[in-house]
Structures are given as structure tokens and as C-alpha cells.
Ligand binder design. Structure first.
Ligand code: NAD
Length: 350
């Protein structure tokens, strides 16, 4: 056994109704004038939080959009500076957290994040930003939120076509953490429990889309998945999803959801210990097979063909995926990736 483990600092408040603690948690961070961030669709929720924090409101800014474009950040930053804000309160999914992180990157202001999806960004020191249509990703401790309030009562409003794929997105962080180049025993424990939790949560959520029990398990799993993503490097799955998402403009969570059984299957022979943990977490004889069954329940689009990909697109994606060499337990070859994409194109059991 040989590993390096670096824990990232963060304070987590978890539980149904825990958003009631938002004002005291802002005080704990010393935030006196917060910018409250959300997407335009979640502006009512942002206003609800404004009502909860009294005179700590500096500005309500429901301007977050997908992919964290730098011009959106610049406008938010200007408004924030004009309002004299001294901290961020982000209420929403990965896109809203992304805007908060982009502001923190430029100002080093403290952040309190209240996630409403399972993306997991709130646990990572990673930020992706888009400029002139190009997305670049970097790591900086400035962007890691200081405090996170996980309140499952806020995720119950997700429609199932968002919560299912969002849950599988978190599962994908955990799966790749198990066979990461820098895997370690603590993160692997968390990864296994993330997969176990979603193995229960996803069928429950899809059967009862707004039920608090399923969403409580889901949000717990999302927290663990976020830690995995922030702590250890990812492999073939994240590379192929970024290629498919970036080049073919496919939805972030939908692509993760569809591809994770195929990415795991790609590594089936090369990462037997990870496969055994996935199988144990899902209570199935075969890890990738168990992920495929879960994807069938969670996914709204169940093949690359149904996502609008073409065989030409598969060729291009395979070319791109092998361009920059990166770690993966099984060597990444063009032929191997093309076969994996073909199986996902057909929606075949891997
Ligand atoms: P999102 O934040 O774009 O949200 C999707 C939609 O769902 C939005 O319209 C939003 O308003 C709505 N929504 C969110 N929560 C809801 C709720 N509870 N009820 C009803 N509607 C709700 O989607 P996402 O999948 O959470 O985030 C994706 C983005 O996050 C991507 O840009 C991705 O790159 C980024 N991300 C970053 C990291 C990181 O570590 N930096 C990690 C994961 C994801």
C-alpha cells in the first residue's frame, strides 16, 4: 500500500431544512454584504434566501448561465463591486457554483454554496470557464467554497430528467476515483459509498421524483462524489465526456450518465479491484453491468445515436480522445475508444 492523501478544507452542513442556518453560517464566514447568485430560472429561490439573511444582502444576482462564460463573470463582478459585496452566496447547480467560483478566483472572497443538483462542483478546487467558445479548466484553492449547506429539500424540485442524469454524473466521479492514478484508501471508501447511495437513490427518485428520502440519499452521494472529483485525478470517462460535450455540444449530465457504464467496461480487465467495489456497492455480479442497469433507470437518452451522434462523429471523437496522452488503467488506443463509442452508439450492454 502506497499513497498520498491531501484533504481539502471545507465545512459541510447537511440535512433537510438546513438552509435555515444560512444567516449564521454567513456570520461565521464574516460575510456582511453577500451577492446572492442563481440562474434566471431559480431567481425565486434566490429571493427566498434574500429574505432569510436580512441586512446581509448586498445584491441578488440571478444571472448565472451554463459553462461560466467570462463575459457573464465580468458583468457580475462589476455589479458586485458597485454594491460593495464581501462574499458570495450561491444557490443552484454547477452553473451557479461556477459563477461564484469565477468571482472568488478574481477576488478571493469567501463563498457559501447551497447546491440544488448533484454536480458536486462545490467540493472541488476546479473551475472551467468559457471564452470565445473555448472551455479551459484550472485548479486553485481560491475557488474551493469555504462552507456548503446541503439541504435535500432543495433538490426535490428537480424534474426526473435532470435528477437521474445528475445523479449518474456524481456516480461517474466515484467510479473514476476508484481506478485513478492517485487513488487512495480513504477516497475509495467514499467512492464506494457514493455508488452504494445512488444505487438506492436513483430507483427511489425515479419512482417518486420529488420524495425527500430518495433525494436525501442522492444529495449525500453527491457530496461524496464531489469530494472524489476534487481529490483525485480522473481518467478515460472524463476525457471522452469533455470531448463529446465540448465538440458536439451534448448535455453535460446526459453524456456522463450514458457513458459511465461503457467507460467502466473499458477498464474492466485492467482495474479488477475497482470493478469489485462497484459490483459490491450495487449488489450485482458485474460492476459495469450494474452501472448499465442504473443508467437504464436514470437516463433520458440511452444511446449516442439518440443524442444525435453519427458514425463520422464517433470517428472524430475517437481521434480527439487519444490526442493528449493521459493516465488510464488500460492504455487508451484509438481502436479501443472507437469500439467503446460504437457500443454506446448502439446502446448495447457493455
Ligand atoms: P446546471 O447548474 O446548469 O442546472 C441545470 C438546470 O437545472 C438549470 O436551468 C437550473 O436552473 C436548473 N435547476 C438546478 N437545480 C434545480 C432544482 N433543484 N429544481 C429545479 N431546477 C433546477 O446543471 P449542473 O449539472 O448542476 O451543472 C453543470 C455545470 O457544472 C457544467 O458547466 C459543469 O462543467 C459544471 N461542473 C463543474 C464541476 C467542477 O468541479 N468545477 C463539477 C461538476 C460540474
Amino acid at each position: 500500500m502506497k499513497f498520498t492523501y491531501e484533504a481539502l478544507p471545507s465545512r459541510v452542513i447537511f440535512g433537510p431544512g438546513s438552509r435555515a442556518r444560512v444567516a449564521e453560517e454567513l456570520d461565521r464566514l464574516g460575510i456582511k454584504r453577500a451577492i446572492i447568485l442563481s440562474t434566471p430560472e431559480q431567481s425565486a429561490l434566490a429571493e427566498d434566501f434574500a429574505g432569510r439573511i436580512g441586512d446581509r444582502v448586498g445584491l441578488v444576482y440571478p444571472g448565472a448561465v451554463q459553462h461560466t462564460p467570462t463575459d457573464v463573470t465580468a458583468a457580475a463582478l462589476e455589479a458586485a463591486q458597485a454594491a460593495g459585496i464581501d462574499g458570495c452566496l450561491a444557490v443552484g447547480g454547477g452553473s451557479t457554483t461556477g459563477l461564484s467560483k469565477a468571482i472568488a478566483l478574481r477576488t478571493d472572497l469567501p463563498q457559501l454554496v447551497v447546491p440544488t443538483t448533484y454536480a458536486g462542483s462545490e467540493m472541488t478546487p476546479i473551475i472551467g470557464e468559457t471564452e470565445n467558445g473555448r472551455k479551459t479548466t484550472q485548479r486553485s484553492m481560491k475557488v474551493l467554497p469555504e462552507t456548503v449547506i446541503y439541504d435535500p429539500e432543495l433538490t426535490v424540485t428537480m424534474p426526473p430528467h435532470i435528477s437521474g442524469p445528475s445523479g449518474m454524473n456524481a456516480v461517474a466521479h466515484a467510479v473514476e476515483a476508484l481506478y485513478s492514478e492517485v487513488a487512495n484508501p480513504v477516497i475509495s471508501m467514499m467512492a464506494e459509498d457514493c455508488i452504494r447511495s445512488f444505487g438506492e437513490a436513483i430507483p427511489e427518485i425515479m419512482a417518486d421524483p420529488h420524495g425527500i428520502e430518495g433525494h436525501t440519499k442522492g444529495l449525500y452521494g453527491a457530496w461524496l462524489g464531489g469530494i472524489c472529483l476534487g481529490a483525485v485525478g480522473m481518467a478515460i470517462h472524463h476525457k471522452i465526456c469533455h470531448t463529446l460535450g465540448g465538440t458536439f455540444d451534448l448535455n453535460h449530465a446526459d453524456v456522463h450518465c450514458l457513458m459511465i457504464p461503457y467507460s467502466a467496461a473499458y477498464n474492466r480487465e485492467a482495474a479488477p479491484e475497482a470493478m469489485a467495489r462497484i459490483a459490491r456497492a450495487l449488489g450485482t455480479p458485474d460492476g459495469p453491468g450494474g452501472l448499465y442497469d442504473l443508467m437504464q433507470i436514470a437516463g433520458r437518452v440511452k444511446s449516442l445515436k439518440d443524442m444525435g451522434m453519427t458514425p463520422d462523429g464517433l470517428d472524430k471523437a475517437a481521434d480527439l480522445a487519444v490526442q493528449n496522452p493521459y493516465y488510464n488503467p488500460r492504455p487508451v488506443t484509438r481502436e479501443g475508444v472507437r469500439d467503446m463509442l460504437q457500443a454506446a452508439y448502439e446502446g448495447r450492454r457493455p
